[in-house]
Ligand binder design. Structure first.
Ligand code: T1G
Length: 676
């Protein structure tokens, strides 16, 4: 047993082989049952071992499965809860399989950028059929206890042990022992089917090499002898293991789970009970925030100042749900259940029983002060008071109350009912049990939460400001918005910086820059974005921004006037435009994120580098196959990142001071290290 999921690490693999040998050496034993203690049969190979010698050390998983297949006594897998990856491959190597109902059974390796590497692509088609097996392997999705995969499905998990033992006794004398590897594996229209499969997979797996290799491996199962197919699978597996895409996916698998761990908040910290939530503000953010809790079955009371604002807020929530109903993503009964959990009020006094209150009011410190003073007055002791602020100082907000220890930032990303990222902003006084509670409630509402310290812009927006600044300099130096956006979208960003500005609203950045011009007068900015906003071109919400938009459509249509505005501005600065490569565009924008992230790490605003990757993947559309800005910098090599930054610092039109590598980055680069 290796909690939490019986990952098949070296010690577990050794334990299985030792157990098999003991059982086969014991004359009293007539047949053998393998199962997993705790909450899983097995979650597969130990992902934490990947890339280390342990994962290849004998007995490797192939050897364990060979030991099972060559056992002179029958080996029965007693499967429950979770049977995934190498765990399912181990079960397929057993002579028999007995399962409890409701198990989650999958070969999810493709989600890690690899493919089943211990015979799954060769054995699964032999028991499930080629097409069903290929679907499972290419999607990585789980199926519930699939009858054809198992020799017996017991009535309930509680009966599994006894039933599996009885089954093992019933087959003790059956010979020859059945081996999945000896089953036939054919497809009647193999060539046509696999061509079709390749075309399908090609369309869905841009930038990810693994799915196409899954097709090759399963096709080999139908065309080669078992042993040859196994070797072919092994070759494909090892090659995929070393792709940057797989390294990124494995990094993110662990990073997302590590984000919920806060170094100085033990995982057994008692959590407060959150049975009812209040939301202040029924605008776009307030409505989206409320939906997250309604979706998780938690009642929400929404407060506004005026009835019509409440009515508008309710109508927006209904519209969002009705859109999901239309797409078949939500059932009518669920919709009604969720709406029944929503209530509204115009009076703060009605909020007093809520366990968590989240304000999503106008982003102005005076408004926040009024709200938090009221909340301090009405909310019961122990209630958590959260602000959805995206830039304001959570410590200041906490000090508007007499209970700063109960105050925390919950920065949702718009649209709040869709974006997975949640920045949990930890104030100086925020209590540890408040943090533990909000991290747990984040998981309940299916958010990926990352803890940030208090600074302007927290983690994501602080970094995106530098990213946007570089975008502005590039326009001054010779690029068009479209060229920058296309370069970044080719790199893999969901949206380039200018399309993103048009989506979020260029006036938001404008307001921040106006603050900067007074706070940090020496911080250099291109004036182009201000010129654009002075024309009222705030983006999609005004029908025009860097691009033009047709009502109801999101296509960004380049606008000649905007390009001319940029050219005229460039001329007014006496700048001769130069041709700028896509590579320089990508490096300046991404390395700007990396340098600011290094400061964020050394200031302790973020606890670990992987948290910053999680913020950018789940909140800013950074490409998953690059694993996040810091993982990408690791792949490029921090030495090379610093070299590029030194080049950028020599550009008189850029901001040389900014390109001085953050001390942490300079240190890691000099020592040949990575952010990990
Ligand atoms: N290896 C190591 N640790 C694992 C793990 C694994 N396979 N699966 C889960 N964990 C850890 C996870 O990091 C977290 O750790 C804790 O368990 C709870 O996870 C040869 C090579 C099994 C459905 O891809 O899908 O087999 O944060 O929060 O929501 O072909 O974990 O507590 O320190 O996700 O209940 C293939 C991946 C491996 C399964 C449970 N297997 N895991 O979900 O808990 S490759 C997978 C999952 C392979 C062979 C190849 C889920 C789960 P910590 P959790 P959960």
């Amino acid at each position: 047993m290796t909690p939490p999921v019986n990952g098949l690490g070296l010690s577990t693999r050794q334990g299985i082989v030792d157990g098999l040998n003991r059982a086969n050496d014991d004359a009293a034993v007539t047949s053998i049952v393998i199962t997993g203690a705790g909450g899983a049969f097995s979650g597969g190979a130990d992902i934490k071992e990947f890339g280390t010698d342990k994962s290849l050390q004998e007995p490797n998983l192939h050897s364990v499965i060979a030991a099972v297949e060559n056992s002179p006594k029958p080996v029965v897998a007693a499967i429950h809860s979770v049977c995934m990856g190498g765990g399912l491959e181990l079960a397929l190597g057993c002579h028999y399989r007995v399962a409890a109902p409701g198990c989650s059974v999958a070969l999810p390796e493709v989600k890690l950028g690899i493919l089943p590497g211990a015979g799954g692509t060769q054995r699964l088609p032999r028991v499930l059929g080629v097409e069903a097996a290929l679907n499972m392997i290419v999607s990585g999705e789980a199926i519930k206890s699939e009858q054809k995969l198992f020799d017996k499905l017991v009535a309930s998990p509680e009966e599994l042990a006894a039933e599996a033992l009885a089954f093992a006794q019933s087959v003790a004398d059956v010979r020859p022992l059945p081996l999945v590897r000896n089953l036939p594996c054919k497809h009647p229209q193999g060539d046509a089917y696999f061509q079709f499969a390749r075309n399908m997979v090609k369309g869905m797996s841009k930038n990810f090499p693994a799915p196409a290799k899954c097709v090759d491996a399963v096709e080999a199962a139908t065309k080669r002898k078992f042993a040859d197919g196994l070797l072919f699978e092994r070759e494909l597996f090892i090659n995929l293991m070393w792709t940057p895409e797989s390294r990124s996916l494995r990094h993110l698998f662990l990073a997302e789970r590590a984000a919920s761990k806060i170094p100085d908040v033990p995982s057994d910290t008692p959590k407060r009970d959150i049975k009812a939530v209040a939301v202040i503000g029924a605008g776009t953010m307030g409505g989206g925030i409320a939906m997250n809790f309604l979706n998780a079955g938690i009642p929400v009371k929404m407060l506004e100042m005026k009835q019509e604002a409440l009515d508008r807020g309710i109508a927006t929530i209904q519209k969002n749900y009705e859109a999901q109903l239309k797409k078949g993503k939500l059932k009518q009964d669920k919709y009604e259940q969720r709406m029944a959990l929503l209530s509204t009020t115009l009076s703060y006094d009605d909020l007093k029983d809520a366990d968590l209150v989240i304000e999503a009011v106008f982003e102005e410190i005076g408004v926040k002060e009024a709200v938090f003073k009221e909340l301090d007055r009405v909310m019961k002791p122990g209630a958590i008071l959260a602000s959805n602020t995206s830039t304001l100082d959570v410590n200041k907000i906490a000090n508007f109350t007499k209970r700063p220890q109960d105050v925390v930032g919950l920065h949702f990303f718009s649209p709040a009912n869709v974006m997975k990222l949640l920045e949990v902003v930890r104030g100086d006084a925020t209590a540890k049990d408040v943090l533990a509670t909000v991290m747990a409630i984040a998981k309940k509402i299916k958010k990926t939460a990352v803890v940030s310290g208090v600074c302007d812009g927290f983690i994501g927006n602080r970094m995106i400001e530098q990213y946007g600044r570089q975008g502005g300099f590039l326009l001054d130096e010779g690029c068009t918005p479209e060229q920058v956006d296309k370069a970044m979208e080719k790199f893999g960003m969901a949206m380039g910086p200018f399309r993103m500005g048009d989506l979020a609203g260029n006036d938001i950045g404008w307001a921040i820059r106006k603050r900067r011009y007074t706070e940090k007068p020496d911080m250099k900015y291109s004036k182009t974005a201000d010129l654009l906003c002075e024309k009222g071109r705030y983006g999609q919400k005004t029908g025009a921004g860097w691009y033009d938009y047709v009502p109801g459509k999101r296509d960004a249509i380049p606008n000649a006037e905007v390009v001319k505005m940029i050219e005229d501005h460039r001329a007014s600065l006496g700048i001769t435009p130069r041709k700028i490569s896509d590579e320089e565009i990508v490096q300046r924008l991404v390395f700007a994120l990396v340098n600011e992230a290094a400061y964020i790490l050394e200031e302790g605003i973020a606890n670990k580098a992987s948290d910053i990757d999680v913020v950018y993947i789940f909140g800013y559309g950074f490409p998953v196959y690059r694993g996040g800005p810091l993982n990408y910098a690791n792949e490029v090599g921090l030495f090379n990142v610093v070299q590029a930054m030194n080049r950028f610092a020599k550009n008189p039109l850029d901001d040389a001071a900014f390109w001085k590598p953050a001390p942490l980055l300079a240190k890691l680069a000099a020592e040949g290290k990575t952010f990990n």
